[in-house]
Write a protein that binds this ligand. Sequence first.
Ligand code: NAP
Length: 292
Amino acid sequence: MLLVSGANGNLAKSVIANLLRMADAADILVMTRDPDSAHARDLAARGVTVRHGDFDAPETLGPAFAGATRALLISTYADNSERLRQNLAALEAAKAAGVRHVLYTSFLGAGPDHLSEHSQRVHWPTEQAITASGLGYTILRHALYAEILVGDLDDTLATGVLHRCGGTAACTYIARDDLGFSAATILAGGGYENRILNETMERSYTGDEVAEAIARCFGRPVRYESVAAEDWPAYMTEKWGLPPALAASTIGTMRAIEAGQFDLVSDDYRTVTGRRPLTLDEFLAGVRSARA
Ligand SMILES: NC(=O)c1ccc[n+]([C@@H]2O[C@H](COP(=O)([O-])OP(=O)(O)OC[C@H]3O[C@@H](n4cnc5c(N)ncnc54)[C@H](OP(=O)(O)O)[C@@H]3O)[C@@H](O)[C@H]2O)c1
């Protein structure tokens, strides 16, 4: 069976929706901390096996992974030290339950020297544990979600200012739904055994170029104003309501953008899916339609 963890998350929802078009519901198994959510109940009604599974509660994981042969482990959203522990618990449980191949949602450029704390402290050590586990694996190194650019869109359009970190550096993004499609494609279709894939749009964008694209799409003047990495957590807490401790862990990622560490373009997405990822203009057009 094909397993997706964290079924109630946004990426997971997209993976599962795509998976339902590629595989029989009877072959799909999902785990979540909340199997009673409306989404989880809807999946169960469609024939998907829904189980309680919490990376923080190892006793839930054996029963949750039982019967899975291929599993997509979706990285959690929590403090970095907790995230690594959670990932390692999930990997150990998957192996013990007989999973043969894991897919993991990592971060573009993950490595021991990456400036992003998420990469250094969570994704890179998780990748190392996966490659040492003896299981088959596919590491999906995701670019920054394009959704990050529109989390405060109302404010951007009202003030005409896009506040983002990065100075003059370019950065690659990708739409989360594109990532849902590619993860489902590999989970259902196999292949990409013991590979690391870099999933990005087919070009990178500077802050000025992002602001120009937003202005073009929404027909309003928008200019880019670079925010210092150190000031970003306070902005995220104010605009996104992100808890301060979690927001603080993004400083490294902002420094990495400034240093150009996310200016990395790959055609892996097209290779895997046979189609190109959305461009920034197409992604924004979708956001505009959804708001209409
Ligand atoms: N590349 C990027 O720019 C970027 C940006 C943001 C996040 N991310 C990463 O990508 C992941 C998916 O993004 P998203 O937008 O779907 O985030 P999201 O909607 O906030 O979902 C959070 C995910 O974490 C899971 N989770 C949280 N605690 C868990 C636990 N104790 N055990 C098992 N699962 C747990 C949730 O599953 P349930 O609620 O169903 O248990 C859910 O799938 C995030 O969690 C984060 O690691 C990447």
